[in-house]
Design a protein around this ligand. Structure first.
Ligand code: TYC
Length: 119
């Protein structure tokens, strides 16, 4: 049995077979792969969670200094929501779980969500 040579698969190239069955030309194609989607972790305002608790959460889980954490907390308090950090999908999901668990354990209604960053 005669085996035909297979055309190599090269990302970003399209093989074009000539009519005569000879050489294969690899056409360069525009790159289609996209960078991974990033997710922002957002804290939501409520009327009951103490400001100090929110500041501590932002310091602890988002590695912010006290001044930055206080500024983010006040923005959430005034605007209703605020971005605490931007992460890969898995890390963002973990942050949401950690913050939600800490809030529940302390008996506060603090809500934390993650959402895709707009391009
Ligand atoms: N609004 C809350 C208060 O006045 C403080 C607060 C800030 C709560 C940010 C949640 O994500 C939050 N005690």
């Amino acid at each position: 049995m005669i085996s035909m040579a297979t055309t190599p698969e090269i990302p970003g190239f399209k093989p074009t077979r000539p009519d005569n069955g000879d050489a294969v030309v690899m056409e360069r194609r525009t790159q289609k792969i996209q960078p991974p989607q990033l997710y922002q972790v957002v804290l939501l305002n409520d009327d009951y969670t103490p400001m100090e608790f929110v500041v501590l959460v932002i310091q602890e889980f988002f590695n912010k200094d006290r001044e930055t954490a206080t500024a983010i907390m006040l923005k959430i308090h005034l605007d209703g929501r605020g971005v605490c950090g931007v992460f890969s999908r898995d890390v963002a999901a973990t942050k949401v779980d950690q913050v939600s668990a800490a809030a529940a354990k302390a008996g506060h209604p603090l809500q934390c969500v993650s959402e895709p960053v707009e391009p």
